[in-house]
Design a protein around this ligand. Structure first.
Ligand SMILES: Cc1ncc(COP(=O)(O)O)c(C=O)c1O
Length: 381
């Protein structure tokens, strides 16, 4: 077993070797520009891009025409929210979202509020959940978008996506979900869940970094969104710029593998995560599990260790690579706003650890982690 042990798969994942193998020929051998229509180099690249588009669409039960490649989920979220704001303002200007969204949604909303948007930030309950009733109460005649993440990156809570989708449709409001942490880990189906727009990212599901996609439902007003990157009208005008063919091939293959391996991975990861969580509960007193135990990602547990200085805790956990309940902004270390939104004090938020497991996590690593964390916590207490 090699140290440190990687338990930070929600932050990023290694590229699967099978994904890398598919990508390699597209760097130097099949290097064509997928927009070159007059020769074999271009056609080969275009074929690879369209094959990948199909692989991505299959994973979320979309049509190939509904997939737009972006540089990642941050861009997909920006394109959705800014693009729809531009399309709707000033007739409609109200967006509903949640306090615990990723910054790639929240900061876009903050930016748009300086341009006239009105934003409602729903407050989740102590498990990170919002209710459909809350969403319904927030709707007004100016609402054009509901943006609620599928699963939270820090605490894993899965929102009632299907019900929110139904509500949005009933009110003729578009529904976007940032599914970056859900795609590849749990079943995600844009039809069953009435999703109009969905963001996903390659590097969270064993694909490369710097590539992602936005699903845009073709039969809804979603397809009216205004591009945020103008140029050669690539991606049906939604996102100009020469396509990242190697990245796209990698994302496609990662989606294909996720599609075939999802159920087995889900079961294996749930067992490993539960082993870790139960081991920590059994061996260490005064802890708190954060998130919604019934509805959460299979690979994640977020645990607060009472009575410990958060900085000391993180500094002492040298043999495992995990995330803490703090976020380094440029000037200071802040307690996680997600943990604060679900009611944790600053001290408890600092003393929280996110363990996120993945495809290559082993039982041996989990057993080591349980005794290692116990040893560190005992020492610090
Ligand atoms: C929920 C969520 N949304 C968006 C992002 C940003 O994704 P990307 O790195 O592809 O821009 C992340 C990654 O940290 C995330 O976890």
């Amino acid at each position: 077993m090699k140290l440190p042990i990687y338990l930070d798969y929600n932050s990023t994942t290694p590229v699967d070797k099978r994904v890398l193998e598919k990508m390699l020929p597209y760097f130097s051998e099949h290097f064509g520009n997928s927009s070159s229509r007059s020769h074999l180099f271009g056609w080969t690249a275009q074929e690879a891009v369209e094959n990948a588009r199909c692989q991505v669409a299959n994973l979320i039960n979309a049509e190939t025409k509904e997939i737009v490649f972006t540089s990642g989920a941050t861009e997909a979220n920006n394109l959705t929210i800014k693009g729809l704001f531009e399309n709707n303002y000033p007739n409609k200007k109200h967006i509903i979202t949640v306090e615990t969204e990723h910054k790639a949604v929240l900061d876009v909303c903050i930016h748009l509020s300086t341009l006239g948007a009105e934003i409602t930030y729903l407050k989740p309950d102590s498990t990170g959940m919002i209710s459909v009733k809350q969403v319904e109460r927030a709707i007004n005649s100016e609402t054009f978008l509901i943006s609620v993440m599928y699963a939270n990156n820090e605490i894993g809570t899965i929102q009632p996506i299907k019900e929110i989708g139904e509500l949005a449709r009933k009110h003729h409001i578009l529904f976007h979900t940032d599914a970056t942490q859900a795609v590849g880990k749990i079943e995600v189906d844009v039809q069953k869940n009435n999703i109009d727009l969905l963001s996903l990212s390659g590097h969270k599901l064993h694909g490369p970094k710097g590539i992602g996609a936005l699903f845009i439902r073709k039969t809804s007003k979603a397809s009216k969104l205004i591009a945020q990157m103008d140029g050669g009208k690539h991606e049906r005008g939604f996102r100009s710029g020469t396509l990242n063919v190697t990245g796209i091939v990698g994302l496609g293959e990662a989606c294909e593998l996720a599609n075939t391996e999802l159920i087995a991975d889900y079961q294996r990861l749930t067992i490993l995560r539960d082993t870790l969580e139960n081991g920590i509960i059994k061996n260490i007193s005064n802890i708190k599990i954060n998130g919604n135990i019934e509805n959460r990602l299979p690979n994640l547990t977020n645990i607060s260790f009472e009575g410990i200085d958060g900085e000391n805790l993180l500094m002492s956990l040298r043999d495992i690579a995990v995330s803490s309940g703090s976020a380094c902004t440029s000037a200071s270390v802040e307690p996680s706003y997600v943990l604060k939104a679900i009611g944790l004090s600053d001290d408890l938020a600092y003393a929280s650890i996110r363990f996120s497991l993945g495809k290559y996590t082993t039982k041996e690593e989990i057993d080591f982690t349980i005794s290692y964390v116990k040893q560190v916590v005992d020492m610090l207490r």
